[in-house]
Design a protein around this ligand. Structure first.
Ligand SMILES: NC(=O)c1ccc[n+]([C@@H]2O[C@H](COP(=O)([O-])OP(=O)(O)OC[C@H]3O[C@@H](n4cnc5c(N)ncnc54)[C@H](O)[C@@H]3O)[C@@H](O)[C@H]2O)c1
Length: 323
């Protein structure tokens, strides 16, 4: 690698540090991805909890800083990962904009509400700071291929789809909204059906029908996460059915075939089932950051993408009728 960028992680929790370890095969944390990828030098963690920050710094063999200010005073920092809980994304992103840095890798959702997101977008544009949002399925080659095949018309027109999720419309449903925007296109209308407060007090999981600008619709159904965690959905096209299961770790493809039972009928038949590289999404995101900084490759999930997913989520929440 011709260039070396210094990295700081703010938030030494699960996604920042603890979902995996240096010896793990899967690359699930920001710390693992930046440690693995040549071209980056992970300097350390900032965390409001000294205990967690120290534990993470020990695990990944890097420093612990008690604040963002301390980190920037001591070192030159090029890239910062924001891995704090959703409600602190805005304040941490805003604070970071006062420091000299090249790029922020921000966990989803961009912020807690559209107003905060608009302010962040304006500030980052004014200060010329790049930002990649971690809607992880955008960094998975199998989903990139799916998006391209949909766009090329290979599967025919999109007809409809449906899926299950829980843990909040913004917190988790926004992954689904972003994936649908990425593969199918813009959502121009929606109707909320019902909701459950299954995870956050201020982020209900809303069930809704989404309507796409280019036609077709999608029913997203909330499943309260106290039963189990589910993130699965399917997309039906004129000549293909795609099922995305196991949170996106697996894809099933169905083709249209002549029915063996009913003469003249056509059915869908499962022709392929394969694993995706979702376990490497974090590494692929970090590669995208490197390629953006060095070769100006487009960022695969922009501030605008983060904002558009949030706008739909906020609309869905506004559409629910409280008893
Ligand atoms: N992209 C994905 O698929 C994915 C998966 C999991 C989590 N996430 C996102 O990552 C974020 C973190 O989730 P998590 O499960 O790792 O949370 P976590 O609670 O495990 O960790 C968050 C850490 O941030 C620290 N913290 C809180 N406020 C802080 C502040 N102001 N400054 C510095 N440190 C602070 C906490 O002490 C904690 O150690 C969430 O926004 C979540 O939505 C994304």
């Amino acid at each position: 690698m011709e260039k070396q960028f210094n990295v700081l992680i703010v938030g030494a929790g699960n996604i920042g540090a603890f979902f995996d370890r240096p010896s793990s095969q899967n690359i699930l944390t920001h710390a693992h991805a930046f440690s693995k990828m040549e071209g980056f030098n992970l300097l350390g963690f900032v965390d409001v909890s000294k205990e967690k920050g120290m534990k993470a710094s020990k695990l990944w063999g890097v420093k612990y800083f008690s604040s963002i200010e301390e980190a920037f005073n001591k070192d030159k920092i090029d890239v910062v990962s924001v891995c704090v809980p959703d409600e602190y994304h805005y304040s941490v992103l805003k604070k970071l904009s006062n420091f000299p840095l090249k790029l922020v890798f921000a966990e989803k959702p961009l912020a807690k509400n559209v107003k905060e997101a608009e302010e962040i977008i304006k500030t980052y544009k004014d200060k010329n700071i790049k930002c990649l949002i971690n809607y992880s399925r955008r960094f998975v080659p199998e989903f990139e291929i799916l998006k391209d095949k949909v766009a090329s018309g290979e599967y025919g027109k999109f007809i409809c789809g449906s899926g299950y999720y829980g843990k909040g419309t913004l917190h988790n449903g926004s992954h689904l909204i972003d994936f649908l925007r990425y593969t199918i296109g813009e959502i121009n209308d929606f109707n909320s059906i019902d909701y459950n407060f299954d995870f956050y007090k201020d982020d209900p999981s809303v069930s809704a029908i989404l309507h796409f600008k280019n036609g077709g619709n999608f029913v997203m159904q909330n499943v309260p996460c106290d039963n189990y965690t589910i993130f699965e959905f399917e997309l039906l096209f004129q000549n293909k059915r795609i099922r995305i299961i196991d949170s996106g770790f697996k894809i099933e493809e169905y083709d249209v075939i002549d029915s063996k039972t009913f003469n003249g009928y056509k059915n869908l038949s499962k022709e392929k089932e394969y694993k995706t590289e979702l376990n490497m999404a974090m590494l692929n995101a970090v590669k995208n950051i490197y390629n953006n900084l060095v070769y100006n490759e487009n960022l695969k999930c922009t501030l605008e993408d983060g904002y558009k997913a949030m706008k739909v989520c906020e609309g869905l929440k506004a559409g629910i009728k409280h008893e």
